[in-house]
Design a protein around this ligand. Sequence first.
Ligand SMILES: NC(=O)c1ccc[n+]([C@@H]2O[C@H](COP(=O)([O-])OP(=O)(O)OC[C@H]3O[C@@H](n4cnc5c(N)ncnc54)[C@H](OP(=O)(O)O)[C@@H]3O)[C@@H](O)[C@H]2O)c1
Length: 308
Amino acid sequence: MKAIYYENYGGPEVLKYGEMPEPKVGPDSVLIEVAAASVNPVDWKITAGYLDQVLYSKFPIIPGWDAAGTVVTTGPAVRGIKEGDEVYGYVRLDFVHPGTFAEKIAAPARTVALKPKNLSFTEAACVPLAGLTAYQGLVEALAVRKGETVFISGGAGGVGTFAIQIAKALGLKVIASASPHNHDFISSLGAEAVTYGNSLIDEIKAKAPSGIDGFFDLSGGPDGHKPVELLKDQSRVASITDTTVQQYGGKYLFVRPSVEDLNALTRLIEEGKVRPIVTESFPLSNAADAFSSNMSGHTRGKIAIVMK
Ligand SMILES: NC(=O)c1ccc[n+]([C@@H]2O[C@H](COP(=O)([O-])OP(=O)(O)OC[C@H]3O[C@@H](n4cnc5c(N)ncnc54)[C@H](OP(=O)(O)O)[C@@H]3O)[C@@H](O)[C@H]2O)c1
């Protein structure tokens, strides 16, 4: 099968496009013919070796944790998924070796769900990792309630675009930060836009004079924790970029595969309350360009990788 793979850590230049052996399908896995994948910052961070201390890596590595496609076969212990099902998933294992930037992937059944009927494969592949992060951050880590006000830092990116829409669907007032050229964009998703930088705190205060109930930190950075001062309860901060958040009472979140949460996202998508925003799409052979684009730090919505 055709795949993207690399044999040593590095930048986009280490990615090779070529033949790799088809994956073996373990008892609890399903073999998916991948129609599309999507790029997440973690893909190029792993490729650069930044996660080497926490994830065992077996080279050659096929990058990618998001996939959408059709089930070809199922392992003998799998129940509830059958050949021909159209599925999507956040296919993270506790090690890196076989990823989703390939024509086929053997995915543990615990990582995949039926894809939303109203999405193409390309759109569906852009949901799992970023959508689950947004969902688990708001629902679990922040335990948001209808009527509350949440501030989301980094509203225009992959996770941010899902977080804004999910928060709106849950009945929250949403304030989100982005560069000025993205203000109309995140407003169209339901956020009240503010600009990150020196005026951030004053801009949030102007929109929420009595303070905020939750702070979902998607961007980190040296001043990333500042909005904590606006929280009514200082423990209601969740970060996906800053592990030190725990030192001041907040929660660090590392997204986990969950069929239950994917099904919750599917419902929101099929009800028309949440949609993936796919702004760029690259053929599998051009995955290096997709990495480079995301490494700019200014991706709007999501970047897809399409197999055919
Ligand atoms: N812990 C986890 O489980 C987990 C899960 C998913 C992602 N992450 C991490 O979370 C971060 C965001 O992920 P993503 O997929 O959303 O990335 P992304 O799609 O690449 O998002 C980039 C966005 O960040 C915005 N941005 C850049 N600097 C900013 C700043 N100082 N303040 C506010 N926004 C800023 C940009 O907006 P403008 O163009 O408007 O500047 C851009 O839209 C990444 O570091 C990723 O590795 C962690």
